[in-house]
Design a protein around this ligand. Structure first.
Ligand code: ZN
Ligand code: ZN
Length: 239
């Protein structure tokens, strides 16, 4: 059955070529994104080694002032794109019009970068943790975008997704409506973990990192539950 599916898949690719999500032209690649659109995406240049914020003067291997002042609870952040068009469009459509194909595409692009660049010479984490959504938000949206992005990554890298041990128990005001200074207070105590992560190397996935307050709070709790090494993967980073 599996072989049949495999050939069926190949035949479908040939008969029904992929269509680019961004320009609607047929894609010659096995993905909903054509070559010119792939080339035009706003890749994020290597920034701070810990939080990935772009640095004005950035010889590689440097930390930003904030990470030097206060060591974040995560070890490294890998961010693929700068949060600007057309990435903003892909992410907003995903969240607010249920464009789940966008999550698949973003996850596939992340997985390619992870394998070909970020983790070419270092070991992959043991498990993927999509940053949890509060049950009320989950009900409103119908899905957790971080989990939807994590699915193709998990499949391609053959890594398990931990979706049972981490919970968001405080319904917070959307961070996007708050000033940077208020964001930290808003997410404080928002997460509750039931699992034991002692000695584990995990990665947390989110769609966008803005000030990093949510990620910092979540990773702090993960660290308190024993995680030894915490990597962060995100599709886009606000500079
Ligand atoms: Zn295109
Ligand atoms: Zn930093």
């Amino acid at each position: 059955m599996q072989i049949k599916n495999h050939y069926l898949k190949k035949a479908c690719t040939w008969l029904l070529p992929f269509t680019c999500i961004l320009c609607s032209h047929p894609s010659k690649r096995n993905q909903d994104l054509c070559d010119p659109c792939l080339e035009s995406l706003p890749r994020l240049k290597q920034g701070c080694l810990c939080c990935a914020i772009p640095l004005a003067f950035s010889p590689t291997g440097l930390l930003c002032g904030q990470c030097i002042q206060k060591t974040p609870p995560f070890d490294v952040t890998h961010a693929l794109f700068s949060y600007e068009l057309p990435i903003t469009k892909l992410i907003l459509e995903l969240k607010f019009t249920q464009a789940l194909a966008n999550a698949r595409l973003l996850g596939e692009l992340l997985a390619t970068e992870i394998l070909q660049t970020w983790y070419k010479t270092k070991p992959l984490p043991q498990a993927i943790i999509p940053i949890p959504l509060h049950p009320t938000r989950l009900k409103e949206r119908g899905f957790n975008q971080a989990l939807e992005i994590a699915r193709p990554v998990s499949k391609i890298l053959n890594l398990p997704i931990n979706r049972t041990d981490c919970h968001r128990n405080k319904l917070t005001t959307p961070q996007s409506t708050l000033l940077a200074a208020e964001r930290h207070k808003n997410v404080k105590g928002a997460f509750n973990l039931t699992g034991n992560f002692t000695g584990q190397h995990v990665v947390v996935i989110d769609d966008v990192i803005t000030t990093g307050s949510t990620m910092t709070e979540f990773c702090k709790v993960l660290r308190q539950h024993g995680a030894q090494r915490i990597d962060v993967w995100c599709c886009a980073r606000v500079g």
